[in-house]
Design a protein around this ligand. Structure first.
Ligand SMILES: [Zn+2]
Length: 265
């Protein structure tokens, strides 16, 4: 999503917070898994306050949330990343968001989608919809793009310190997928993170610009696995490890259609 409007918006934001938008700067403090120590987290919080981020620090619903706002990146005239190995980012992001939506509902969480079809929704509208949902969290789904085709892996972004644990939980769970690569959990000033009232994370579910990863993303069975990992991370983060129930009907249907690798049949 980096070449898209939310990234540019983050760069163009007030001089004070622009540092958050720049990848690979000093704000890649929290690159390694698992969670950083409290000192690092406190530093991140203090720096954010110094740089003027304090006005938008989220209300901490990370342990109480009953609603998950799912935000499929891009849509309509904004295709996001477009590469030859898979459908456009807007298409696969929506597909994964819809799959996560179904899984969370089956786990008894209330969900709200910022879009459920190929529609352009301005970033501020997405944020406003999320902020209007009491006791919620916000999860934005994107796929990545890079000039260098060798770059691959999952990365997850947050802005409020209250959202770090959720971001780390999602990143960590995605890393249990076969051949997954870890690009870390990072602070970023993307608008859907910075202006969120409640804990908000943005998940980059792999690079469409990478032949191997982009090719996998073109498979519905792989997108189902990504959705399953994201949903599991959210449910287990909220209710405790092991609470998430994988829906065998979904996997069985995929297997019957011959779409799953042998190990899942
Ligand atoms: Zn994107």
């Amino acid at each position: 999503m980096q070449k898209t409007s939310d990234f540019r918006a983050a760069q163009a934001s007030s001089a004070g917070s622009s540092a958050f938008a720049l990848r690979g700067t000093g704000f890649a403090l929290l690159k390694s898994m698992p969670r950083p120590n409290l000192f690092l987290l406190a530093c991140a919080g203090a720096v954010m306050m110094l740089l003027g981020g304090c006005a938008s620090v989220a209300t901490n619903t990370s342990h109480t949330f009953s609603t998950v706002v799912l935000d499929a990146g891009h849509g309509g005239k904004d295709s996001g990343a477009v590469r030859r190995y898979s459908p456009a980012e807007k298409t696969v992001a929506l597909d994964v968001a819809l799959r996560v939506n179904r899984k969370l509902r089956e786990s008894q969480l209330r969900t709200v989608l910022t879009r459920d079809d190929d529609t352009f929704i301005p970033l501020d509208n997405r944020v406003a919809l999320g902020n209007a949902q009491k006791n919620s969290i916000f999860v934005s789904i994107h796929f990545n793009d890079a000039r260098r085709r060798g770059v691959r892996g999952f990365e997850t972004y947050y802005h409020s310190p209250y959202a770090f644990d959720l971001a780390a939980a999602i990143e960590g769970n995605l890393l249990t997928l076969p051949r997954a690569a870890n690009r870390g959990v990072h602070v970023a000033g993307f608008r859907v993170l910075r202006n969120a009232q409640y804990p908000s994370v943005l998940v980059e579910c792999g690079f469409l610009s990478n032949r191997s990863e982009g090719g996998q993303v073109g498979s519905s069975a792989y997108r189902e696995q990504i959705a399953d990992k994201i949903a599991e991370a959210i449910v287990d983060y909220r209710y405790g490890e092991g609470v998430y129930q994988r829906q065998p009907t979904v996997l069985a249907a995929e297997a019957a259609a011959g779409k799953l690798p042998t190990a899942f049949r």
